[in-house]
Design a binder for this molecule. Structure first.
Ligand SMILES: [Zn+2]
Length: 211
């Protein structure tokens, strides 16, 4: 697939450093409640601005963590040069166009060249990029670029399948609600057999992503 250029490629600057300003979020949510004609003082809504602010603190925590620091101690020198595949990693993120969730499954593979990263770190890398305002295409590429720059492997492949609530809830273009994106580097791009081995692996026993 062809790469699309995005306005803010955070992959080149993984630690954006944004801190969620809880007071600002609270004030903004209060304004939204009033703007949609609600009574922010009624019982059910009284603490909603505060809850939403806390929620964004969690869901957007990925801006404050430096992925390189997170995996630092989990990089090992090895002679292993077979394909490493971690499939079916589930994650949730927020689409930056509507601030609604997309729920997704990602498959990550790389062909080591002397270095591997601890397996448990791969889902954490995914999570870190998921906890930002995202578009699926960019996130797919950020994961691939990050692993490429971290391990300098012979190749990296990332495939993301996602269901976008902004499509499903709004009832527009429902057929587009399910989207698959991929990013390939090195051997996965240049070597058809390598790419095929990966694609065969992730399609084996695959189930339809569901909510
Ligand atoms: Zn959206």
């Amino acid at each position: 697939m062809e790469y699309v250029d995005f306005d803010d490629n955070l992959a080149s600057n993984p630690l954006a450093g944004n801190k969620v300003d809880a007071n600002e979020v609270q004030a903004a949510v209060l304004r939204i409640l009033k703007a949609v004609g609600e009574d922010p003082e009624r019982d059910g809504l009284k603490r909603t601005p505060e809850r939403v602010a806390r929620m964004y603190g969690e869901l957007l925590a990925g801006y404050q963590t430096d992925p390189a620091t997170m995996v630092n101690e989990a990089i090992f020198d090895v002679k292993y040069d077979e394909m490493v595949i971690v499939r079916d990693i589930e994650f949730y993120s927020l689409c930056e166009h509507h601030l609604l969730p997309f729920m997704a499954r990602v498959h990550v593979a790389y062909l080591p060249d002397g270095k591997v990263v601890g397996l448990s770190k791969i889902p954490r890398i995914v999570d870190l990029f998921a906890r930002r305002l995202q578009v699926q295409e960019r996130m797919t590429r950020q994961i691939a670029d990050f692993i490429r720059d971290l391990l300098h492997p012979q190749g990296v492949a990332v495939v993301v399948e996602a269901l976008h609530l902004c499509m499903m809830m709004r009832g527009v273009q429902k057929h587009n609600a399910r989207m698959t994106t991929s990013a390939m580097h090195g051997a996965f791009r240049s070597n058809l057999a390598t790419r095929q081995e990966f694609l065969d692996n992730i399609s084996r026993g695959a189930t339809q992503l569901q909510i």
